[in-house]
Design a binder for this molecule. Sequence first.
Ligand code: F6R
Length: 260
Amino acid sequence: MEIIIVPSAEDVGPAAAARIAAVVREDPGATIGLATGSSPQGVYADLAARAAAGEISFAAASGFALDEYVGIPAEHPESYVQVLATSVVGPLGFAPDRVHVPDGRATDLAAAARAYEDAIVAAGGIDLQILGVGTNGHIGFNEPTSSLSSRTRIKTLAERTRADNARFFATPEEVPTHCITQGLGTILDAGELLLVANGEAKAAAVAAAVEGPLTSFVPASVLQLHRRATVVVDEAAASRLALADYYRFTYDNKPQWQRW
Ligand code: F6R
């Protein structure tokens, strides 16, 4: 795992976007796994600026959302189909029909989850998966004790997650209780994982994911199983990493041929 510590929250987006830009330049038809939430917004803003400058194009790329709420309409501003349309599809210039989101409105949610999993396989898999991390260590909405080999399925949101996400809704009660999320096994199948986090509130989860034991109690610890996982964090989110100095030294002394 590579840990990149950048000075401030504003530096996380550009650092992570540089990697995604390199992937899309090398393969314009790449498939990108798209996280929502606040953590990757700086990544998307930086990629949108690069696309506007003509430096990269997502016109031939595909996207798969990590997850979607169950129980709110597609038109709800916090449905991930809306959030991605507003902050990713339009600004980055994805073809709308090549960006997929699990159907949280399906009458048969289990079938919708299986269909989503099949669609990822049919697209040839996800080349690079963008991830945030919950304060409880979740990735996607794989809450603590999720099976390490889980596939896309319905999950119940943890009380902590509902409280954390209440900031996006008018009242805490409005936060959905359920979702469809890519599983930890689904995420591990991606060619590359790129997790971004900033702020003191994420420091414990980041330390547990990177340096703690591999455990379903900290779903983000599955990054330790992946052969190509990168974590980009600001100083605050890195503040509980025991080996922070080693990660800084490694990055600062990275040979040119290893750089993005
Ligand atoms: C979002 C997702 C979640 C978030 C996590 C952190 O699609 O799957 O795992 O990445 O809850 O959310 P923020 O970035 O809002 O702190």
